[in-house]
Design a protein around this ligand. Structure first.
Ligand SMILES: [Zn+2]
Length: 700
């Protein structure tokens, strides 16, 4: 099951971006057909070089043709085998020539670059003896593939890509398409040749390299799917990728159009920028979503898995021509992921997620910040959630048959092309036999969220009607609602209603009701007790201790913290019980355990020093950023930064992940305002690397 706790920081940071302004000129004059590239990646130097071959058609006479290429150097630029005049303005490579209409043109070139963004080099500058994953991965959308590969920023220029990647021996390398060949170039280099059959936009080009293993499966329709993982995570493969085949089979049947590519793979990478990115056939996702069978109940990959897969149709097969139509990507991927989740987790789950997003959209709308769906550079909430809502309402209006018919026609008619909202609406109107003017105004063009229409739709769900009855009691005194809450907590307890009932007990003399909640054996109801009960009555202590054994790292972390705070004399008991549990990928349970040991020592000084060193080591540069962030947070609370931690913080302030970088900068500013720390930073300056010194000087 997926729950409200799943609305953690990733959920609204799935990718969603504006694209470049359309340049009608070039598209009407030139059509690129294929892009072949042989790329060598030098991870230790953060450098890329390559030989490329483009084939293109000239549609209209023109004096110049460009290819997007950021901060690159070129040589050997040949048009149909002959040298050609070119210029490089550091954003584009311009080919200067009298191009006449013609079909088969070949452009070849060599390039080198050190990408400033889009290609990320993880852990290549750390000492060899440190055991941490060395990876390279790319993120094209929003970052522009043209930072590492000469290509096309305009999403409407689609080409068939064939990439050969030369990379260090001993690593796995993935790129879009089918692996045709893997050949040793020499003792230290392997060439990985991938080829696609169909065209796509450049923002969907991806490369990832690292040490991975994989499990393979075939969908019912015969598509090969590879599930990648780091060797250390072999026990997490099943919970992480749970329901992958079901999701695939469901989406293929529901969308009514066969999967439009040859294969599919999913690769978890360290320090990714977002939750996931739907590169064609090659979804990359944050390895913090790799979970064990306990973490699965709190934070699983199911929703992101379905979302990125849905994009293989909505986004990759048909691509919104510009940002104004971005909902055709994110709204559809969100909606179809929700349908897949409904298939797996049931209708209550589906309505619950719609209800949650309606609450957020309504709040935004009520604050006057609502946005039309058809808007360039709108928020993720608008593109993703309002987009999904528009499709939910549209299907209710026109009926499932008409809706499904229109969606498959829309996809097939625009296959491997770019689309606008009108392309979609025209199909719905044709299948429906009526105009959709009112729907268009209310759901696509209005800034306000149609709250009452949404509420009417939500009331279709009996579960939500029951939930709303309980939620409506929040301000009612306990004595007047005791019976209703008691009923809500009677087995079988609904996950969401049980949680809501427990939240309403906070601060109330309600031991009987709490006991009922404990005995519900409902994971999420018990999770609500762990998170909302601040003071544990002695009569409930025994019940509360049982929370330490629940299959939820959120429950366990809260229970450990509260038992320790309230019963410090039994610290050793709590620590013995919870020793060796790591928790989520950010080590939430383990770090709390270490901190309790440091604050209320129950072991000898040598042991305590070891625990401090363990916690302190988690800020190091090669650790995943979610681990570092958690460690920085705890070290701040116990005021125990070592010099190394302070240096790590300076590096963290320059990290490519903006959320982590902003957190680190805020923490650094806070420390710099404290006399004690500002003095220590001054002393540290003598040992800092130049870029770190410059960064610190700019902030102090
Ligand atoms: Zn998306």
């Amino acid at each position: 099951m997926q729950h409200k706790f799943l609305l953690f920081l990733f959920l609204f940071s799935l990718t969603g971006f504006s694209q470049t302004a359309p340049d009608l000129d070039q598209l009407s004059k030139v059509d690129f057909k294929t892009v072949q590239a042989s790329i060598s990646i030098f991870p230790s130097d953060s450098m890329v070089e390559g030989e490329m071959n483009f084939s293109f058609e000239v549609l209209q006479q023109t004096d110049s043709v460009y290819i997007d290429a950021k901060n690159m150097q070129f040589d050997n630029v040949l048009l149909n085998g002959d040298e050609i005049t070119f210029s490089n303005d550091t954003k584009r490579l311009w080919l200067i020539h009298d191009f006449q209409p013609s079909e088969e043109n070949q452009l070849s070139l060599n390039f080198t670059t050190k990408p400033e963004q889009t290609m990320y080099f993880i852990n290549w500058d750390i000492p060899a003896e440190i055991d941490a994953p060395r990876q390279v991965w790319t993120q094209g959308q929003g970052k522009y593939t043209s930072h590492w590969l000469p290509s096309f920023d305009d999403v409407r220029e689609k080409a068939v890509f064939q990439l050969t990647i030369n990379f260090n021996t001993g690593y796995d390398v993935v790129a879009n398409g089918t692996l045709l060949q893997k050949t040793a170039v020499n003792d230290s280099l392997v060439a990985w040749s991938y080829a696609m059959e169909k065209p796509m936009s450049s923002y969907l080009v991806a490369v990832a390299a690292g040490r991975f293993e994989k499990e393979e499966l075939k969908t019912t329709s015969g598509i090969p799917v590879s599930l990648y993982y780091e060797p250390k995570d072999s026990l997490k493969v099943e919970p992480t990728y749970r329901y992958t085949k079901e999701i695939f089979d469901f989406l293929e049947a529901e969308i009514g159009v066969p999967y439009p590519w040859e294969n599919y793979r999913q690769v978890p990478v360290q320090d990714f920028l977002y939750a996931g990115m739907e590169n064609t056939e090659t979804t990359l996702f944050a390895n913090s979503l790799v979970v064990d069978s306990v973490g699965y109940y709190d934070r699983n990959y199911v929703s992101v898995n379905a979302h990125e897969l849905a994009h293989q149709w909505f986004g990759n097969y048909v691509t919104a021509e510009n940002s104004e139509h971005h909902w055709l990507q994110e709204g559809f991927a969100t909606y179809y992921a929700l349908l897949a989740e409904k298939e797996i987790f049931g209708e209550d789950h589906y309505y619950w997620k719609l209800f949650q997003s309606a609450e957020e959209l309504k709040a935004l709308s009520d604050s006057g910040k609502g946005e039309p769906l058809l808007k360039a550079n709108a928020s993720s909430l608008t593109y993703y959630q309002k987009g999904a809502w528009a499709l939910h309402i549209l299907k209710e209006k026109v009926g499932e048959l008409v809706f499904n018919d229109a969606v498959s026609n829309y996809l097939l008619k625009n296959a491997y092309q770019s689309v606008s909202t009108d392309d979609f609406l025209a199909e719905v109107e044709e299948s429906y036999g009526r105009f959709l003017g009112e729907f268009r105004t209310d759901w696509l063009e209005q800034s306000a969220f149609q709250g009452s229409e949404a509420l009417e739709s939500l009331k279709e769900s009996e579960f939500l009607r029951n939930y709303m009855k309980i939620a409506a009691l929040r301000e009612v005194p306990l004595e007047s609602k005791r019976e209703l809450l008691e009923e809500a907590l009677t087995i079988p307890v609904n996950d969401y209603i049980g949680q809501e009932a427990v939240y309403q007990l906070a601060g109330e003399p309600a031991i009987g009701l709490y006991k009922k909640a404990f005995e519900s054996n409902n994971l999420y109801t018990r999770q609500a007790i762990a998170s909302s009960l601040d003071s544990i009555p002695v009569e409930m202590k025994a019940n509360f201790i049982t929370l330490l054994g629940d299959e939820s790292y959120l429950t366990v972390e809260n229970a450990l913290l509260k038992l320790w705070l309230q019963f410090p004399k039994e610290t050793k008991r709590w620590l013995d019980k919870m020793k060796g549990i790591e928790g989520f990928s950010n080590k939430n349970v383990e770090m709390l355990w270490l901190v309790i040991n440091l604050v209320t020592p129950v072991e000898n000084r040598v042991k305590i020093q070891e625990y401090y060193e363990q916690l302190s080591s988690y800020t190091r540069e090669f650790r995943p950023f979610e681990v570092r962030q958690n460690a920085f947070g705890y070290l701040y609370q116990i005021n125990a930064f070592s010099d190394q931690n302070l240096i790590d913080l300076i590096k963290a302030g320059q990290h490519h992940n903006t959320r982590f970088r902003d957190f680190s900068r805020a923490l650094l500013s806070d420390l710099l305002q404290k006399e004690e720390y500002s003095q220590r930073f001054i002393v540290l300056k003598t040992d800092l690397e130049e870029k770190d010194l410059n960064f610190l000087n700019a902030r102090s």
